[in-house]
Ligand binder design. Sequence first.
Ligand SMILES: N[C@@H](CCC(=O)N[C@@H](CS)C(=O)NCC(=O)O)C(=O)O
Length: 116
Amino acid sequence: MSVSNLTLLARFGSSASWRVRCALNYKHIEYDTRPVNLLDMSDENGRKLLQLNPASRVPVLIHGERVITESLAIIEYLEENFDGPRLLPLIPTNARAPEPSHCILRAASSQCRIFA
Ligand SMILES: N[C@@H](CCC(=O)N[C@@H](CS)C(=O)NCC(=O)O)C(=O)O
């Protein structure tokens, strides 16, 4: 799959951004990074973030026309759409319980808004 149109809106010190960067690099996926200054979103990258994610949080992955927010959702998207080393264990869909993923999403969403 071509990856030339993969862009990550991210912040250097953001753990959620690093989570996605680790996944991208582990899978050897090429991407462009657009750094966002969460303290001043008046520049182009900041305006892009506000346009794509009204929650004004990074990371945001842009893949062509698709916009994906939430680091764990991005990681799952990468796993399902790109080749490379696996990030998640191979578990048949019908054997997965919904609870674990809900718990993980809650855990990730409980990250405090340090810039609010
Ligand atoms: N649950 C989200 C958390 C995203 C998040 O909180 N990002 C922080 C940086 S680590 C952020 O953008 N904070 C800006 C703000 O809260 O205004 C995820 O996993 O992507």
